[in-house]
Write a protein that binds this ligand. Structure first.
Ligand SMILES: Nc1ncnc2c1ncn2[C@@H]1O[C@H](COP(=O)(O)OP(=O)(O)OP(=O)(O)O)[C@@H](O)[C@H]1O
Ligand SMILES: [Mg+2]
Length: 296
């Protein structure tokens, strides 16, 4: 809506995990390098975990681009709320297995021979599961068993599990001790640090066609960092709303007042800086003298 007004050629703060907007922060760069290395060197299990909205699906999209470019076969499950039957049906569909896709036994036989054939020809096959923290235990167990398939040169199927931090907890369960031992690589994504948020916002705006942007000042981006707590998805949502508000007010520079309005609309919950907490406290009935200070 505001693209032409600011001079963007495309929307800078879309919510989709689009690799075209990839910001290669150190941790994202490292995670992607690990995913690619793990898959290429047939490490077996690779786990990518992290807080909500930190870029896990974006990393998987980049990995899929890489696999497509290298013509590496993969099955990719983005909805992990599946029954065992649905799981095998989807894997066979993605890998184009020629068998009765509704029969687990047939799928397993076809998958086994496909994996062996590919491994013998020196080719890699990958299974990617996003939102893996939602996997049912029995599906996770099937995945564990698929991870056991190997020949003398290594694992036949490279398995990437991505999910929120509950995934790490799930893999701690006693019945998955063996799977946990077999995780060859682990990558964790965390929230951005303040400088990363600055670079992230500017990178997205540059990729959307506006280098050297002046719509969001460095001070305002610092405030956005605080209110989003460095979570990329929240940064996108705040910046998008902020640019929309500026556009509605016919100005090309967003202000702190606009950010306050956007934060209130979005019901953002963030740690208030000391000054504003003190201001809020002084608006209320004074605390007894021996009460601990709220600002500490
Ligand atoms: N490194 C990055 N470069 C560009 N955009 C990013 C990056 N990391 C995250 N984002 C953006 O943040 C938003 C959330 O990313 P994504 O959906 O990948 O997070 P997620 O970790 O999969 O979230 P969830 O836990 O909800 O599944 C998306 O709009 C995505 O484009
Ligand atoms: Mg995701």
């Amino acid at each position: 809506m505001y693209n032409a007004f600011f001079g963007f050629t495309r929307s800078p703060f879309n919510m989709s995990p689009d690799p075209a907007f990839l910001f290669r922060s150190e941790q994202h760069e490292e995670a992607l390098a690990n995913l690619i290395y793990g898959v290429q060197s047939r490490k077996g299990f690779i786990v990518l975990s992290g807080e909500v909205g930190t870029g896990k699906t974006t990393m998987l999209e980049c990995l899929r681009d890489f696999l497509n470019a290298q013509q590496i076969a993969f099955a990719s499950l983005f909805n992990s709320r599946l029954t065992v039957e649905q799981f095998f049906e989807m894997v066979s569909y993605d890998l184009d297995l020629q068998c009765n896709r509704l029969s687990k036994t047939e799928v397993l036989l076809a998958l086994n021979s496909m994996l062996l054939e590919r491994a013998n020809a020196g080719r890699t096959t990958v299974l990617i599961v996003d939102e893996a923290h939602n996997l049912e235990w029995d599906v996770l167990e099937e995945i564990r068993l698929l991870g056991n398939l190997e020949n003398r040169k290594g694992k036949l199927l490279q398995i990437v599990l991505a999910g929120q931090q509950e995934l790490d907890g799930k893999l701690e369960a006693p019945e998955f001790r063996q799977l946990k031992q077999r995780i060859a690589l682990r990558c964790v994504l965390r929230a951005f640090r303040p400088q990363e948020t600055q670079a992230y916002v500017n990178s997205r705006m540059t990729r959307a066609g506006l280098g050297n942007q002046t719509a969001l000042s460095p001070e305002l981006i610092d405030e956005i960092h605080l209110r989003s707590q460095g979570i990329p998805r929240l940064i996108n949502a705040i910046c998008d709303n902020l640019l929309l508000t500026a556009f509605a007010m016919e100005t090309r520079t967003a202000t702190l007042e606009m950010l306050d309005e956007v934060s209130a609309d979005m019901r953002l919950d963030y740690p208030r800086p000391r000054q504003s907490r003190e201001r809020t406290c002084s608006d209320q009935t004074p605390a007894p003298l021996d009460a601990p200070s709220q600002a500490d």
